[in-house]
Design a binder for this molecule. Structure first.
Ligand code: GLU
Length: 477
């Protein structure tokens, strides 16, 4: 069974870069009817931000990327715990195994010595590597250091000969000379595992079959492969997807319009648009279609269709897709979702009025919060420019005839409902012998102060009888 995972560090809420990795792993698991696991990589205590884990969970839920195992799932799942901070004993055990097999050794070098060596290597323009100082330490030497009160880190022994080959599902075969790797730390002297060690222990024990992650991690993969081998675990399939860049081809950041997932949520982007767009950053549909529903993404996702070239984030396209997904929402769901974004102080509309207004302007919404840019014409308050346009109607004979007729047909309506309003406007047109623009324009200007805008019947309905009739009276000279 296919098992994928997202392994975020709780250093902040989910950013689009990580969300993209979540989308790919989720889609791939769903495509194969497998499991998607959430694991929190929280061993770096200094960088862990309180509350970040909860935010990540909330962001994933909003995106609709439900996970099968991990924090937030009842009982977590069969292969937990799913937070690294709760798995320290497992890392210790595995480190012991490697020590016992002679694949790892205790290293007593002090942090300052190591730092000095690293800096000296960098100054010589060499790749910093562990000196090997504790590699062959005798038992007596080790005991002496223990007596000095030094606590050892545990290092993995890496042979210098040959190379490590990564068979990447996206990038193909990538070879790393073993001599560049150097003996690396598994457990720090305080017992905290390094990323490369913890990730292997966890992915192995959680039976992860496919690791889909950013290409920034490709250079970590040879270390991880060595560990799989030394521990006797089968390595998963690795798929390293390209970096996402801003339009200036620099690393993606806020200034490119790329934001935290929570910001898109607050602005009322459609979550399916994010899932759709973040998918397109990595692979494309064989059909060439760009607007893709979740079901199609699940059906069509494929590692074979993922490219190796870096991709450029296009904030405009994401916005466009959001509009398209909003357009496809059933009206009731759209009204429901939009209602949370309406500025109620500016637009104190009843539920029924809001539903009609939303239906009237829905094709203009790229995000739900934009609803507030479109409700003005439904308010019945005219600004100075609108009043001037309205006043100008008073000296237009044909406009006055239309307004008089509409005042009559609307004023005598038994109830204020859309079908009746429609008929009343039509009847007014017949009375005043006006059609199309010569009918609608004076009415729009009288009611909103603008010659264009949302459908007239929707405006009349939302304004309500009293306000609509008052506005018509004010436009009649
Ligand atoms: N915690 C790591 C990260 O967020 C996980 C990397 C991995 O997928 O192996 O970058």
């Amino acid at each position: 069974m296919v098992r994928t995972r997202l392994a975020p560090s709780p250093t902040g809420s989910l950013h689009v870069g990580n969300a993209r990795i979540a989308v790919l792993n989720w889609l791939f698991a769903r495509h194969h009817g497998g499991a998607f696991v959430l694991r929190i990589e929280d061993t770096d205590r200094e960088r862990t931000v309180p509350g970040a884990e909860a935010e990540i969970l909330e962001d994933l839920r909003w995106l609709g990327l439900e996970w099968d195992e991990g924090p937030g799932v009842e009982d977590g799942g069969p292969l937990g715990p799913y937070r690294q901070s709760e798995r320290l004993a497992l890392y210790r055990e595995h480190a012991q195994r490697l020590l016992a097999a002679g694949r790892a050794f205790r290293c007593y070098c002090a942090e300052q010595e190591l730092r000095a060596q690293r800096e000296a290597a960098l100054a010589r323009r060499e790749q910093p590597r562990y000196s090997g100082a504790c590699r062959e330490l005798s038992a007596g030497e080790a005991a002496r250091r223990e007596r000095e009160g030094r606590r050892p880190a545990i290092r993995f022994r890496v042979d210098e000969a040959g190379s490590v080959v990564v068979e990447d599902a996206v990038r193909g075969r990538v070879q790393f000379p073993a001599s560049e790797i150097g003996d690396f730390i598994l457990l720090r002297s305080d017992g905290v595992p390094t990323y490369n060690f913890a990730v292997v222990v966890d992915d192995a024990l959680m039976q992860i079959t496919h690791v889909i992650r950013g290409s920034g991690h490709l250079s970590n993969t040879p270390r991880q492969l060595l560990l799989y081998d030394a521990l006797g675990y089968a390595a998963p399939v690795f798929a390293h997807v390209p970096m996402v860049l801003g339009p200036d081809r620099q690393k993606l950041s806020k200034r490119h319009g790329a934001r935290a997932v929570s910001e898109y949520r607050q602005q009322g982007y459609h979550p399916d648009a994010l899932v759709n767009y973040l998918s397109l950053l990595s692979w494309s549909s064989p059909s060439g279609d760009e607007l893709l529903e979740r079901g199609r993404l699940v059906t069509e996702v494929s590692l074979a269709r993922m490219g190796v070239a870096d991709v450029v984030f296009d904030a405009e396209k994401l916005r466009w897709l959001s509009g398209k997904h909003i357009e496809r929402m059933p009206l009731e769901a759209l009204v429901d979702a939009t209602s949370a974004y309406v500025d109620r102080e500016r637009f104190p509309l009843s539920d029924a009025a809001l539903a009609v207004a939303v239906a009237a302007v829905r094709s203009h919404l790229s995000t739900l919060s934009e609803i507030n840019d479109h409700l003005e014409p439904f308010l019945g308050t005219l600004d100075a420019a609108a009043e001037r346009a309205r006043d100008a109607l008073r000296s237009e004979e044909r406009a006055q005839a239309v307004l008089r007729a509409a005042r009559h047909t609307l004023g005598t309506l038994p109830s204020w409902e859309e079908a009746q309003l429609e008929a009343a406007v039509r009847a007014a047109g017949e009375m005043a012998e006006a059609r199309a623009r010569s009918l609608y324009e004076p009415l729009r200007i009288a009611l909103t102060g603008r010659p264009h805008g949302p459908p007239l019947v929707a405006v009349l309905f939302v304004l309500g009888r009293a306000t609509a009739l008052r506005l018509l009276d004010e436009a009649l000279g």
